[in-house]
Design a protein around this ligand. Structure first.
Ligand code: NAD
Length: 375
């Protein structure tokens, strides 16, 4: 089985889908690995390291055209779908809820496309869970970015020149990214508060030493997959009212609220931002899926009239590209190893397996994922 790995094409992407250490593990299992020349360049990894690990170096067209299985980080450019071999397996993030035309093109081309954001959030699939591996790092980056922009320090300091009080950080949404943001802000010495609509999160927030902000929204619950349910407009309004005071007292507000497969909820309105203290830093981690903060802009830092800085920078894990690549590459090789057939030395697309059923989007010329079909 030929496994092909093309270079990422997004001009600002520094992450790499597959590292030499992963190549080595797979080639020992009998895979033939083709890598596009320059694959590791953004992280300073020379082609020679991939060759030493057992890969062959080739041109892009050849890698895409020969591969029985393609590994990438980002979704493929539409024009490259036609270059893939009919029947090939393609594994990458796909953004399938927003990329309908791309998903249809992959189906039509006879590609079996696996979407990394659709890997089920189950214990068995944890080692392949790229949403978590990237969100975890994004949570860290959000705090470091905010700390850099804040003209204050995080910890309390008692000095001969007086006492400096700790920075107050409010994290909205305590999933994977939010919990890492809480842990990072705590490590730096901030006083941290957090809120999430899933009541089960309260204990996790408290175990990290942060305070859970109590807002009674009535029944919020969570989906079978463990995701938040969409709130009613009345619940969302109640949530905003409940958070407004904490926001106005915070130095940093980090929003991570997401609804799987839907546009992110607006948790901070213009009015709430207007009530914040001058100099407050807001990081909208959901900016790429519609935004949690009214007025945030993708890839921009907006400063409001009352001097609140709203950071909407995209691709936060890409800012720690070495570690983000390390864990994404491990997610991919764990997925490949889980379904690797030792005898045929092939990736076995087990159509009856729960994880594969969850993340396989197209197969046999059709869109096969029940969640996408239902949408
Ligand atoms: P996510 O990125 O979909 O959402 C981030 C957080 O925003 C969630 O905690 C969600 O509850 C919260 N949220 C949604 N609407 C909100 C609102 N209006 N206000 C405040 N918060 C709001 O979530 P995620 O980080 O991908 O995690 C989703 C779930 O999956 C969690 O329960 C997580 O623990 C679970 N999970 C399980 C596994 C596993 O068992 N293998 C792995 C990873 C995640």
């Amino acid at each position: 089985m030929i496994i092909g790995i093309p270079k990422e094409t997004h001009p600002e992407e520094k992450r790499i889908p597959f590292l030499p250490s992963s190549v080595e593990r797979l080639s020992k299992k009998g895979a033939q690995i083709l890598v596009e020349a320059g694959l590791g360049k953004t992280l300073g990894i020379p082609d020679a390291d991939y060759q030493e690990a057992g890969a062959s170096i080739d041109g892009r067209q050849s890698v895409l055209g020969k591969a029985d299985l393609v590994l990438r980080l980002r979704k493929p450019p539409a024009e490259e779908v036609a270059l893939l071999k009919k029947g090939a397996i393609h594994i990458s993030f796909l953004d399938p809820f927003n990329e309908k035309a791309l998903v249809e093109a992959l189906a039509k081309a006879g590609i079996s496309a696996i979407s990394m954001e659709m890997i089920p959030r189950t214990t068995r699939a944890q080692k392949m869970d790229a949403l978590s591996s990237q969100a975890n790092l994004a949570g860290y980056v959000s705090v470091v970015l905010a700390a850099d922009r804040l003209p204050k320090i995080f910890p309390m300091l008692m000095t001969p020149a007086g006492t400096i009080s700790p920075a107050r950080v409010f994290i909205i949404g305590a999933g994977v990214a939010g919990l890492q943001a809480i842990a990072t802000a705590k490590r730096l010495g901030a006083r941290v508060e957090a809120f999430d609509t899933r009541p089960v999160v309260k204990e996790q927030v408290q175990s990290l030493g942060a305070k859970f902000v109590e807002i009674d929204l009535g029944d919020t619950g969570q989906t079978e997959g463990g995701y938040a349910k969409q709130l009613t407009p009345e619940q969302l309004e109640k949530q905003r009212q409940g958070m407004a005071k904490v926001c106005s007292q915070s130095d940093i507000v980090i929003t991570t609220a997401q609804l799987f497969g839907r546009r992110a909820p607006v948790v901070l309105t213009k009015d709430m931002v207007a009530e914040m203290q001058p100099g407050t830093i807001v990081v909208d981690m959901a900016v790429e899926s519609g935004g949690n903060v009214e007025g945030s802009k993708v890839n921009e830092e907006v400063v409001t009239v009352n001097s609140v800085r709203i950071i909407g920078l995209a691709n936060l894990p890409g800012r720690v590209a070495a570690h983000a690549s390390q864990v994404y590459s491990a997610n991919l090789h764990n997925l490949l190893e889980e379904y690797w057939d030792k005898d045929s030395k092939m990736f076995n697309l087990s159509l009856e397996d729960e994880i594969i059923k969850g993340c396989l989007v197209t197969h046999g010329g059709k869109i096969v994922n029940p969640i996408l079909i239902r949408k």
